[in-house]
Ligand binder design. Structure first.
Ligand code: ADP
Ligand code: MG
Length: 444
């Protein structure tokens, strides 16, 4: 029987063919398939914000339902796990309930040590992760464990692997995987709704805290303060903390000295870009997990073409698989080359948010200050949204990061802006041509 993930991959081909890339990246990609019942396909979101969820439900759930119905060959409805009602849950089997428990921890059950490929670029970080997973909190040399490295090199995968490994041997261990952004958002909500005591209890009662992308504490004094206390409480009671970041603690801007010092108490390891053999092995593992046979030379070609980032490399593999299925073609070198050309173009370039803002401002003959200003007049707003849209399309940065760079706007503003432009492009050919001219100027 096919897994939820496999059904989802099939549905994606249909869904993707009906929307543009940015809409796909913004609204469909954050959806994680979890499991299914007779007529429900249950997913979670990598970012479970209300605005986000509402948008997906309102605008895309019909499309998703119909794609799922097509691939299952029976009526299927897409639901987001956090929306599931009690009685629906009770009707699910024990097995799927187990999945739910795992999900409450924030853990993804597909990121395991068993499918993590070890090579010279990550063997030390991997060894440290295994040591922690074997004896969480017990060895204070490894507490906290701090892993850092570039985007898409496996940090998040290792964190989930630690969590999953611990749960396997100690199902009652109170583990939480949380992104730093989520931590900060929960903190803000707890203050708004006067639930700070609950918030503290939740975090300070943990046995293992896995907190990801800690660089986002930068510039958030309130969160730093709260995290500092959570941190001390947990470490003092010999609970395990694992942190990940894209840089060392000392390089995270505006992090207070005392927090840097605390974070550096345990061990700090970096993950580097994997070499060719490791990249090929990772692709082999991914293809094997998807139950798809792909000639080795093609996997090597992907590994050779995309060197910086495993996520991107995996994305290229997925694209090739989908492209082949969708066009009813076999996966050969020609097809791989065709699909990969696009990916390389964006992954190798030096485009940044600043550069997109500058080029957009020049293009529309305004200043960057105007582009980023709070003024909401037309056509300024559309220019601003266009720049956001292109950041989203051409870069890997999250909605939060983009919003931050656009004068401290929040993720939902960016999301709405991107959505407006996506729709504009669909409706208005002239605008579409204009934006594509701008895009060409940016990508060179
Ligand atoms: P990061 O958190 O460092 O940005 P992720 O952990 O999200 O990166 O990894 C990106 C993708 O690459 C994930 O799908 C992950 O499974 C995969 N990946 C990274 N490193 C490895 C590895 N060594 N073996 C297998 N898959 C890997
Ligand atoms: Mg990550």
């Amino acid at each position: 029987m096919k897994t939820a993930e496999q059904y989802w991959q099939d549905a994606l081909i249909i869904i993707m063919s009906e929307m543009n890339d940015v809409t796909y990246q913004t609204f469909i990609k954050p959806i994680i398939p979890l499991r299914f019942t007779d007529n429900l396909f249950i997913c979670s979101l990598t970012m479970d914000y209300k605005a986000y969820k509402d948008m997906i439900k309102k605008k895309y759930s019909a499309k998703i339902d119909s794609a799922l119905t097509q691939v299952f060959g029976r009526d299927m409805k897409f639901v987001i796990e956090s929306d599931l009602k009690e009685n629906e849950l009770n009707n699910e089997s024990v097995n799927t309930y187990k999945n739910l428990r795992v999900k409450e921890n924030g853990l993804r059950d597909d990121f395991l040590f068993s499918n993590f490929i070890v090579g010279p670029s990550n063997n030390i970080a991997h060894a440290a992760a295994v040591a922690v997973a074997d004896n969480p909190g017990e060895d204070d040399t490894y507490n906290p464990l701090f892993l850092y490295g570039g985007v898409g090199l496996g940090k998040t995968h290792l964190m989930h692997a630690i969590g999953n490994h611990i749960l396997q041997y100690n199902p009652n261990c109170n583990i939480l995987y949380v992104s730093c952004e989520r931590f900060a958002n929960e903190l803000i909500e707890s203050i708004q709704y006067k639930k700070q005591i609950e918030f503290r209890e939740k975090y300070r009662k943990l046995d293992v805290l896995l907190i990801d992308d800690i660089q986002f504490l930068s510039g958030k004094e309130g969160s730093q303060e709260e995290f500092f206390h959570t941190f001390n409480t947990l470490i003092d009671s010999k609970k395990q903390i694992v942190m990940c970041s894209d840089r060392k603690p000392s390089e995270i801007k505006t992090l207070t000295d005392r927090l840097v010092a605390r974070m550096s108490m345990g061990l700090i390891f970096d993950i580097k870009s994997p070499d060719f053999e490791t990249r090929t092995a990772i692709l082999e593992k991914k293809a094997e997990n998807k139950n798809i046979r792909i000639p080795k030379e093609i996997l090597q070609y992907i590994a050779y073409s995309i060197t910086s980032n495993i996520r991107e490399m995996e994305g290229a593999l997925n694209k090739i698989i989908m492209f082949a299925r969708f066009n009813n073609r076999i996966i050969d070198m020609d097809l791989a080359e065709e699909v990969i050309k696009d990916t390389i173009r964006t992954s190798k370039s030096n485009i940044t948010i600043d550069y997109i803002q500058q080029t957009t401002a020049d293009f529309y003959k305004i200043t960057v200050e105007e582009l980023l200003s709070k003024r909401r007049t037309q056509p300024l707003t559309t220019y601003r949204h266009t720049a956001m849209y292109l950041c989203r399309k051409l870069l890997e940065d999250s909605l939060e990061v983009i919003g931050d760079k656009f004068g401290g706007r929040d993720h939902s503003t960016v999301m709405n802006g991107c959505d407006k432009i996506s729709r504009l492009i669909e409706k208005n050919e002239e605008k579409a041509a204009e934006i594509s001219a701008l895009e060409k100027r940016i990508t060179g």
